[in-house]
Write a protein that binds this ligand. Structure first.
Ligand code: HEC
Ligand code: HEC
Ligand code: HEC
Ligand code: HEC
Length: 336
């Protein structure tokens, strides 16, 4: 009855407040992004991955560790959220920091870095000594089974970025005044300052830190857009108040569906059509609609995983015109 429509949210907000049943916010979110007991910290990677570490150290993910809590904006959000120091306690730890358990088990888990290697590749205690053991058959597959997110698993890689970048926290946005997610697109956001593609260098040209191959870019683009839709649905499912949070997340899902539609229009791939069909309709994008939206996201998710593992980009030339060009890459690429 009350459709999400691309008119200013406030105009329909009143109707939503009056008529929507106040549902329970689904599921308590875990306190940390990673299990602090399994976090090794970026120094554990640096001894072998020196170039990747040098590149990471130039990114906002790393540098904000010692800056962000000093920003007036951060202090204002913290105050409204009843957080004394954002790098010590509370909800901010989940997305802004790498949190490790105290090895003596005496103290509380502690922020040891900003967003670091394991924030994106998985907490490493159970896989660090498997992934680099070149004598093991399928070392990366075995490491993945033990919790690694390898660059070849497009779905897991993308879902992980979106789990932070959609900022799926209603109170943080509506009460804290935190930004409601960013205009995140996987190619442009991964190929700029975040890029650290040194393993693929063959050594002949030195350290080039080239962008991902065209086939990889296609996969990052298509899977990224589809995961944006899934996380847009999941984020909107958590909206119970007709305010900034619900508005931003409903827009996110709405736009993501348009972007996936454009991928279908270009490729005519039935797998993409199936994802669109499973994602429900724009009319579902309203507050207090968790059951419907989560069910749609749960249908979309395995379809994206299937697409992600069954494709290598070679059949996706039709999306080349949609992929953001290098001029749109976010931040400065590290050239050692
Ligand atoms: C003792 C050396 C060593 C350490 C320590 C190490 N790595 Fe690696 N890493 C390697 C080697 C060697 C490879 C290449 C494996 C291969 O080609 O099969 C690799 C590959 C990778 C890859 C690419 C996997 C792929 O699919 O190509 C990632 C991602 C990675 N490491 C992340 C990490 C992270 C994160 C840490 C710290 C938690 C870490 N590594 C610690 C040696 C190491
Ligand atoms: C669900 C994940 C998440 C949580 C929880 C979270 N943030 Fe953020 N925050 C982000 C993301 C993602 C960005 C970057 C948005 C962008 O891409 O521009 C951000 C950006 C910010 C910025 C702007 C940074 C800048 O350099 O301009 C501030 C300030 C901030 N957050 C403070 C906080 C505080 C304080 C808390 C805890 C009360 C918190 N955040 C909790 C995800 C989160
Ligand atoms: C654990 C949460 C988390 C994960 C996972 C994460 N990010 Fe971020 N990212 C943030 C936060 C928080 C910021 C804001 C940092 C700041 O300025 O304080 C940010 C900032 C960025 C920026 C800088 C944006 C700018 O405006 O300068 C880029 C680029 C970026 N992230 C890309 C990525 C990509 C690509 C992935 C996945 C491969 C990813 N992020 C995964 C939390 C995360
Ligand atoms: C913001 C998320 C993020 C962070 C932080 C991050 N990575 Fe990555 N990593 C990625 C992504 C995304 C790729 C795939 C990039 C691509 O295809 O262009 C990747 C690729 C890799 C690769 C394979 C590169 C190649 O040439 O094939 C290695 C090795 C790696 N990362 C190690 C690390 C280490 C070590 C750190 C910490 C110093 C780290 N990563 C921090 C997201 C991240």
């Amino acid at each position: 009855m009350f459709f999400f429509s691309p008119v200013p949210f406030t105009r329909i907000a009143v109707a939503l407040i009056v008529f929507a049943a106040w549902g329970k916010v689904s599921g308590q979110s875990p306190a940390f992004h990673l299990d602090p007991a399994k976090v090794m910290g970026p120094n554990a990677c640096a001894q072998c991955h020196t170039d990747e570490t040098a590149a990471w150290q130039l990114t906002h993910h790393s540098t904000e560790f010692s800056n962000i809590y000093r920003l007036p904006q951060a202090q204002e959000i913290s105050k409204k959220m009843d957080v004394k120091l954002m790098n010590r306690e509370g909800i901010c730890l989940k997305c802004h920091f790498t949190v490790q358990s105290d090895p003596t088990a005496a103290g509380a888990p502690k922020a040891i870095a900003g967003i670091s290697c394991e924030s994106c590749h998985g907490a490493a205690r159970d896989w660090i000594n498997i992934h680099n053991n070149l004598k093991l058959p399928n070392n990366i597959a075995q490491a993945t089974a033990a919790g690694m997110i390898p660059p070849t698993d497009y779905y897991a890689l993308a879902a992980n970025c979106f789990s932070c970048h959609t900022v799926p926290e209603q109170k943080l946005v509506n009460v804290g005044g935190h930004v409601a997610g960013s205009d995140f697109e996987l190619v442009s956001w991964s190929q700029g300052e975040v890029r650290h593609n040194f393993l693929q260098d063959d050594g002949k040209e030195g350290k080039t830190n080239k962008p991902a191959s065209q086939n990889r870019l296609r996969m990052l683009y298509v899977v990224g857009r589809c995961v944006d839709l899934e996380y847009g649905l999941r984020g909107t499912a958590k909206a119970t108040e007709a305010a900034n949070y619900g508005k931003a997340l409903a827009w996110r899902a709405f736009n993501a569906r348009k972007n996936v539609q454009a991928i279908f229009d270009a490729t005519k791939l039935p797998e993409i059509k199936a994802i669109l069909d499973a994602s429900g309709t724009d009319a579902d994008l309203k507050i207090n609609n968790a059951a419907v939206l989560n069910a749609a996201a749960d249908k979309v998710s395995p379809l994206i995983k299937q697409f992600s593992s069954a494709n290598d980009g070679s059949k996706l030339a039709a999306v080349d015109a949609l992929i953001p060009p290098a001029s749109k890459y976010v931040g400065t690429v590290c050239k050692p």
